[in-house]
Design a protein around this ligand. Sequence first.
Ligand code: ZN
Length: 375
Amino acid sequence: MQSFWPSREEFLSRPKRVSRFFVILFIFSATLNALLGFTYLYRETAWQTQKSKYEQLVQSNLDLANEYKAERDDLQVSVAEKNVQLTKLNQELKTARNELAKAEQSLATLNDRIKLQEAQLASNSDELESLRGRPPLFKVESLTSRDVTADKAEVRSIVESAYDVIDSVYGNPYLLNQITINFVDSFNIAGAVGEISIANSEAGIEITIKLRNFDKDSSNDVNTIVHEIIHGFHGIAALNAPVLEEGITVAATDVVMRKMYEQGIINFNDPYITISDEIASQINSSYSTPSGNSSFYSSSNVGVYYQLAGWSWYQLYEEDANFFKNFNNSLYNLVQNGTRVSASGVRNLIKNTVNSANSQSISDFVSSQISFNPS
Ligand SMILES: [Zn+2]
């Protein structure tokens, strides 16, 4: 039995060979190294794989982060732009509000002014109403060297008696303070048989009628003076188109003249309107009436216009004997209140005054007659 620890001598006496211990140790150590090596290689390979994955992950996260950053930058730019736009819009809104406030302010001022003017018009209207009840003064003068003493006396008597007849047919004049009849040698308009001028003064309307001579037995002379005085009744309320004003005047003159004849003031019944209904219809379908003063009065058809316009207005009187009075009353109410009555305003007044004329509804009659529709 050998002891575990041989003595030095015994050990030295043993043959020189590699102890099994070292062989085992070598094998063990080689195996361990191999294991360690494999483990290292395996881990290294695994790490490399993982690392590459992580790097890809990190890269994709970085890419994503960059994308988000770019998006954020874009959004910031767009937010900045929106802020600029918002500031601008706010500024515009502020300006608009200021302008609105200013407009409201001036509207309020205008409303106040309108109220004031309405109040003034109302008081003027009351004054006008009382002035309208006054009969006008008549004056007959002479601007000619001819002896017109007899003419003056005759015209005065005709005018004074015609006045009441006109008043009964046409209503009170709009605002007539004075009628002056002046005898002259010539007229401004060539071919005229009389001329009228209307002046507005503090006392009211003054009309001056110019005549060359006057004969109370002349149908023409009486017609002329009555016609001009009827214009004078409208005064500044004269209808705005000549065909309208002349038409109503011609028709009313024929009515007044007939009444003067019936009352024995004149000894002839000689109407100005001579066209038949048939001729009126033919004229109405083949002419048109100008709206301007000069185009009307200087037209070669002026005589035709007078006839047709007189005929058209006369149909309204035939429908209702109070037509002229009622029409004028409505007209004066509008004029007194500051309304400018246009041709269509005149058509509306007619439609509000009578229901029919010439066997037609008033609406059809008014729209079909060129006398009421100057163009
Ligand atoms: Zn006239």
